[in-house]
Design a protein around this ligand. Sequence first.
Ligand code: ZN
Length: 403
Amino acid sequence: MIIIPLGVASATPTATRHLPSVALWREGSICLFDCGENTQMRMLQAGLKRSKVDNIFLSHLDVDHISGLIGLLSTLQLQRRDKPLTIAGPKGIREYVEWNLTFSNVDLDFEIEYVELEEDFKGGRVVDEEEFYIEAMPLKHHKFCLGYRFQEKDKPGKVDAEKAEALGISEDWQYKELKAGNDVELEDGTVIESNEIVGHPRPGDSFAYITDTRYSPNAVKLAMNTNILMHEATFSEELTEKAAETGHSTAIDAARVANEAQTKLLVITHFSARYTNPFVLLREARKDFFPAWLATELRPIFTDPAHEKGIIQPKVYLKEIDGKSSGDKRKHKSSGKQKRFRKRKPQKSRGSDNYRGRKKQDSGRSRRQNDKQRRKKDDGNDQPERKPRPITPRTPFDDFDRF
Ligand SMILES: [Zn+2]
């Protein structure tokens, strides 16, 4: 299972953060949780095929969480999708989608299966497939809002192949039966019991998506013993009151849920635009729970890195990862170095389009920086500069009192 944050902003996007959405990749199929304005573009940039989306789960019907849905559906239609798509969310989502499509004269060639949940919904499975299910429960926001848990069903135990062979198992169908928990009778009448050669079933991966909400016991239930809990942390502790007023969580609330649910990894998301540097929120969360990470757009989170790394490769350069996990590793690694190198020696420019605007920046470089560079040169120190700290650029919009 791979989790790819596509948008980690709250209600207003910033220059670097997009509206909420997260993709869950499993065996080639994608589940989307929320579908903010940017979702389909971010999928492309993340290296995810839009045609692979099979399920979309919406937390609530605020614009920032659903504004990417119609665009995505329209793209799927243009791509001539023919397999059905499931959309689950609060009641009203069907009307919203159908009205918009009718208004724009879009006649879908694929079927949408709606799972609409009424406001008195207490919780339960909204999608139940052979290998996984998704459970929803109401949260505590200013309007009806749902949290979700994705749960892989238990995987069959490992087969002790050597022992099986020694006992006379040789056919594929025999292995299949044993794996499914059934006993197999050999030609000579010997019965081989499944539990003789198949180990204990292994628990499947799990993921909980909790936004937008105040602290909620249902969030704890959904997140119980998950591999990954993605929980909103719109505000810092300082704005606890505002969080309660607006039906949101602080980083401390997110950590509390993670602790009570004993999740293996907390990932915070849904940052208010006022936090140009969300590490403030991470620091607070980490005071109470570890390991905790920041959701970083397009940076995949793996539950089985040994097998999953490389499956999802972002198509854009991610400055936060410093090139190491980006799409084309070789290319990005070197471009990362060039970037730092070129900054100090602009005359070695390769005329690339990637760093447009660099020239201006170079010519406007402060004397202090020049001095620093000269000093370094004098020292004979030709090492590349150390890694840049991840800093979110400030935009004029970030000063607004909103979230
Ligand atoms: Zn929100």
